[in-house]
Design a protein around this ligand. Structure first.
Ligand code: FCB
Length: 447
């Protein structure tokens, strides 16, 4: 079986990573604007402004998408561009920006796929406790309702939240904004962001949008034991899965945290405060699942063994930077959703991409990012296999259209199909952009 003719091939970005114009037209700051100013927080010291300045280049960038045969564009709204204080006062100029952009997408026949929250919390809300404050569920709900009112008729695909784990990383591990290192905070914000997701779904239903669907985007990095028969490795991998993606899938699809996670949180004194009824809201039925998938993780109780493994496979199953090339990760993730969670809604692969491969600009301006092509093609092959197994996958989005501002990786991690010169804002298609364009044309010709 081949990709269905309605299967959507897209590209993904997020507001904080591509828009720039952080201080223009009344936008309020986000936690990433402030976090990036902490010395040492960002690998190359860069700021999320101007990055690829899409705020001013949206029209030509959409034109570029069109030229590359892109069928759908996944983007996110900047909460603080629309509500500079996070709540209350509306910035009309912010709304206008997204109106212009969405209109242009329709004009070019590109399906908008919008994420309500992709990590860039308004700084003013962080000053009131951010995701630690349970009131955020209402703040988020008001913001979501405003978006449904303004854009509900023009955006057919909505995601409440992108990768809730990023909020955990920001409050428990410290290397994402806002930069706390506190496990109890991390578990609490995880609960609140799931609760906000449920609130978003409820508000979406209340808005009564007939031709649109709502879901959430979660990243699945499945952990595997390095030594499959070793009990310690097994336990490690299993627990990591519980603490990461399963801590979202269980509440969303089963309406509870697993016993293993509850036990862990009890033992480590990091049980979040919850109220009766929370889980009911979190597990409200959604219309699709957004799967972000980049790789798997291999765990081993003996760190030396892990190091050796990298050395042994280097040049074989590993990419240049030592990260593993394991495209079956997407097939495994689809099967976890289908077999274990009995998913009865479609999946969209909402992100997949590669930063760390050879991609220097040659003298003639070309960029031969061969490994990216190999990587993306590998994932697409495994997606096809999952579809052949009967799993309902409806779309695939490459992260990302453009090289952009990769959070704490700054401009060092270049994920784009299209190269960006951050001094001149010049865009240059890498080989992978041309490959993707041709791939889409080929698939659509045959379907
Ligand atoms: C994902 C994020 C996205 C980008 C890619 C590389 O986890 O959702 O914003 O950073 O990784």
């Amino acid at each position: 079986m081949k990709f269905d003719k309605n299967f959507l091939f897209g590209v993904a970005t997020s507001a904080a990573q591509v828009e720039g114009a952080a201080l223009e037209d009344g936008r309020g700051l986000s936690i990433w604007d402030t976090f990036a100013r902490i010395p040492g927080a960002i690998a190359d010291g860069s700021l999320p402004d101007p990055t690829c300045d899409m705020y001013h280049h949206w029209k030509s960038d959409i034109q570029l998408m069109k030229e590359l045969n892109i069928e759908s564009y996944r983007f996110s709204f900047s909460w603080s561009r629309i509500l500079p204080d996070g709540k209350g006062r509306i910035n009309e100029k912010g709304l206008d920006y997204y109106k212009r952009m969405i209109d242009e997408l329709h004009k070019q026949g590109i399906v908008p796929n919008a994420t309500i929250y992709h990590w860039d919390l308004p700084y003013e809300l962080e000053r009131e406790g951010g995701w630690l404050n349970r009131d955020i569920v209402n703040w988020y709900g008001e913001y979501a309702s405003l978006l449904f009112k303004e854009f509900g008729d023009s955006v057919p695909i909505w995601a409440t939240i992108n990768e809730p784990v990023a909020t955990y990383v920001g409050y428990a591990m410290g290397f994402f904004a806002p930069g706390y290192k506190n496990e109890k905070y991390g578990r609490q914000v995880n609960h609140h962001i799931l609760f906000a997701h449920g609130e978003g779904v409820q508000r979406f239903r209340e808005a009564g949008l007939k031709d649109a669907k709502i879901g959430i985007v979660v990243d699945i990095w499945n952990h595997h034991p390095l030594r499959p028969d070793n009990e310690e490795d097994q336990r490690l991998a299993e627990m990591e899965n519980e603490k990461t993606y399963r801590s979202y899938l269980n509440p969303i699809f089963r309406g509870c945290y697993s016993d293993k996670l509850l036990h862990y949180m009890e033992e480590n004194h990091c049980m979040p405060q919850m109220e009766p009824g929370d889980m009911e809201k979190i597990s409200r039925k959604i219309d699709f699942f957004g799967l972000n998938c980049y790789n798997r993780v291999v765990d081993c109780a003996d760190p030396d063994l892990l190091q050796n493994r990298k050395r042994e496979i280097l040049g074989g199953n590993y990419l240049d930077d030592g990260t593993e090339f394991y495209p079956k990760a997407v097939y495994d993730a689809a099967h976890i959703l289908h077999d274990e969670y009995k998913l009865d809604i479609p999946i969209y692969v909402t992100e997949n991409g590669l930063a760390n491969c050879k991609q220097q600009v040659e003298e003639d301006g070309s960029i031969h990012d061969t490994e990216r092509i190999q990587y993306l093609n590998g994932f697409l092959e495994w997606i096809e296999k999952a579809i052949n197994d009967g799993i309902d996958i409806r779309g695939y989005y490459v992260w990302s259209l453009l090289d952009n501002w990769e959070w704490c990786g700054g401009h060092k991690a270049r994920y784009g199909l299209v190269h960006v010169d951050f001094d001149t804002q010049q865009r240059t298609c890498k080989d992978s952009a041309v490959w993707y364009k041709n791939k889409i044309a080929e698939v659509k010709k045959d379907s």
